[in-house]
Design a protein around this ligand. Structure first.
Ligand SMILES: [Zn+2]
Length: 480
């Protein structure tokens, strides 16, 4: 987009709260069950039933509201949002209209200039229930309906139109997701729909006070899709305005294959939904004691952890950001850092080897059979020369793969590092005899020939030689 215009973005995020049962009935929320097996008269909207609000959903919502620095409404009141759609058997969705659970919060993201931050306002966060899922199969002349998801608790988080670039939108979502993961109130799985995002975007001439007509983009199933769709929309809207046209207020769908947004329908307004108070759920008071109880059990959040890691472990910001990216990774690092000499070395192992294994196995820390004591032990053994760095990586891989103990692996594979002078000097002599050219090179002043020779020692010893001692011994022998 050119410099003439400025973009105004607001995001609406739906977070599926990871309660075991639905928002207003006892049906399971487990993903992937046989369609229409997790339903009951309440979530099917049959006549004569009464909803009962899930206490856990309330607790999770409060947790997130506190984490986003929101003000909390003292009364919880539900409303009916009326609309007809095949995935909504009741013909209304229980939601919150004029009295959202929480409002006036913020999400702090990195500003463009390094080391600076920007707060994006959170207008409101309200509780509601999810709809069912329509399944379309193009080969068939009809569609399927799965109502297992109907009634799953959601928290919708609406941002202020404070976001100015697609990159900022991406950062906002990343920070929000990280906070939700730290709170352990949703699995945030975008593929399974536990985290969904709609974006409102408009552009205006720089310096203009009025907002342009906004377009809502739906069908954004990854953070990358959000960013790409916003980039596309900025350019599309500018082209229309530059041609003297006007932007129609509408809902558009993102087509990730073609990288374009497509017009879906004209945007509906709140009055189209004929909201009215839900008569089956009486408003109830949010007790201070309940909020305090939740507050007491809050984990340390990413921003605070980040600051503490910088101060306490003297790591650089880049390393800290990697370590705090997931709560379990941060915890693993801390447990290891406490038991080794230098926190930086613990950080290197966790963000290097451990994260490599996470990636390869496409899993999280819980999915690895790694206990922090074992990793601390491996690191300590490298530090004191018991095993080589190379062997240590092998040991770690075995710990992760089979859950074996480092000592047993070393024993079984004979990985104890050779620091014994006699044995080492035998290997070093052998290498010198077998690499006449490199020896001559070294003697002629080519110092990098030495690292080649050390490499040969490592190879001959099957990685068990202590490289430091081997290097010293080689030099001594070659220069004598
Ligand atoms: Zn149910």
């Amino acid at each position: 987009m050119s410099n003439k215009y400025e973009t105004v973005i607001g995001l609406e995020v739906h977070v599926q709260l990871a309660t075991k049962t639905k928002a207003f009935c006892g049906c399971s929320t487990k993903f992937g069950a046989v369609p229409n097996t997790q339903v009951c008269p309440v979530c099917l909207g049959l006549p004569g039933v009464l909803p009962v609000f899930n206490k856990k959903a309330f607790e999770y919502a409060i947790k997130l509201a506190i984490a986003l620095d929101c003000d909390l409404q003292s009364i919880v009141k539900f409303d009916r949002k009326n609309y007809y759609y095949p995935d909504l058997p009741k013909n209304y969705q229980i939601s919150q209209y004029d009295m959202p659970l929480a409002y006036n919060g913020k999400i702090v993201i990195d500003a463009e200039r390094e080391g600076e931050f920007r707060a994006i306002g959170v207008t409101r966060a309200h509780l509601e229930e999810d709809a069912g899922k329509l399944i379309h199969d193009e080969r068939l002349p009809f569609s399927y309906i799965d109502l297992n998801r109907t009634g799953t608790p959601l928290l919708e988080i609406v941002s202020e139109p404070d976001i100015r670039t697609p990159d900022e939108a991406y950062k906002y979502l990343t920070v929000l997701k990280q906070i939700i993961e730290y709170l352990e109130i949703s699995d945030c799985n975008m593929e399974e729909g536990s985290l969904r995002c709609d974006a409102n975007v408009s552009i205006r001439k720089k310096g203009a006070a009025e907002l342009g007509s906004k377009v809502e983009i739906k069908n954004l199933n990854s953070f990358k899709a959000v960013r790409d769709a916003l980039f596309f929309e900025e350019v599309r809207q500018e082209e229309i305005l530059e041609d003297g046209g006007g932007i129609s207020q509408e809902t558009r769908l993102w087509d990730a294959d073609k990288n374009v947004t497509i017009s879906m329908r004209s945007k509906e307004a709140a009055h189209d939904y004929r909201y009215f108070p839900e008569p089956d759920l009486v408003p109830f008071e949010v007790k201070k004691g309940d909020i305090e109880a939740v507050r007491k059990n809050m984990p340390e959040l990413p921003a605070k952890k980040r600051k503490r890691f910088l101060d306490e472990y003297k790591l650089n910001a880049k390393d800290v950001d990697v370590l705090i990216s997931q709560r379990d990774i941060a915890n693993l690092f801390e447990s290891v850092a406490k038991n080794v000499q230098k926190p930086q070395i613990a950080a290197n192992w966790v963000k290097g080897e451990v994260m490599k294994h996470l990636k390869e196995k496409n899993t999280d820390v819980k999915g690895l059979k790694l206990n922090p004591e074992d990793l601390s032990k491996i690191i300590t053994m490298v530090e004191n020369g018991t095993v080589s760095g190379l062997s240590a990586k092998e040991i770690l891989a075995d710990c992760i793969e089979n859950g074996d103990k480092p000592d047993d692996i070393i024993e079984k594979k004979g990985l104890k590092q050779v620091s014994d002078e006699d044995e080492l000097s035998r290997i070093v002599s052998e290498v010198i005899d077998n690499n006449v050219k490199s020896v001559t090179d070294f003697k002629n002043g080519k110092t990098n020939a030495l690292s080649f020779l050390v490499g040969q020692v490592m190879k001959t010893s099957k990685g068990k030689a202590n490289p430091k001692i081997a290097g010293e011994m080689l030099q001594k022998m070659l220069l004598s």
